[in-house]
Design a protein around this ligand. Sequence first.
Ligand code: NDP
Length: 254
Amino acid sequence: MSPFDLKGRVAVVTGGNGGIGLGMARGLAIAGASVAVAARDMAKSAVAVKELEALGAQAFAAEVDVSRERSVTDMVQAVVGRFGRLDILVNNAGINLRKSPEAYTLDEWRRILDTNLTGAFLCSKVVYPFMVEAGGGKIINVGSMTSLFGASFAAAYGASKGGIVQLTRAVAVAWAKDNIQVNAVLPGWIDTDLTIQARRDVPGLHDRVLARTPAGRWGKPDDLAGVAVFLASPASDFVTGVALPVDGGYSIQA
Ligand code: NDP
């Protein structure tokens, strides 16, 4: 059997209805997993589900606001109700607001931290008993280049993404005994709705990214598909707690 085979596995991808989340969901679907797309906008999720079904996968849209505990509990119950088990969680839902540190209101700061970091904690906590029941599991947390570097316009976002790496390490250590591997991916600059907005907000960003990326291009959501399959499959059973850049070399450029 291929070490990358995901047949019979059930994955939840938060923010899986577009961008990087949908790119990862496509990879998981092609590898044989059943995929639940978990996000707020159900109309957008319905389109993503159709796309995943066209790849031959079973797919399901589950409404969730990852920053609200009750909503996360309901979403996970709905997924387990639909598919009967849960093996893979991709904590991908994320937002950003670009401004100087002193310009954030406390509410804005909390909204970013609640979605990007607390949301990943909540989803992990709620799926844990189901992974234990399944005899193991895989959690993939989505960090960022701001997990590594400081950006003047991303104090809240960078704090949340730095936190994602430490959350990954702590949970990886805690749940190794349960055969649950927990890893982070750190995407470089990927062309999505989020970064279309960033290119509007930050003058010169598009060209600076190109100049610093050895691969010579922005990433595409499908650049995350293969790494999602690796970290969700038996191929990575002895890999845990790592933060893997998927960035065309952005983070190793001198
Ligand atoms: P998008 O804006 O395309 O996707 C964000 C996703 O998150 C959407 O599907 C959105 O769905 C969902 N989402 C937002 N808030 C919530 C919430 N409270 N509850 C549930 N779902 C939510 O951006 P990207 O694809 O670019 O971003 C995906 C992840 O990748 C984020 O964590 C981002 O920080 C990270 N990232 C992106 C990079 C890039 O260059 N694009 C680089 C590094 C990291 P809905 O609105 O329906 O809820």
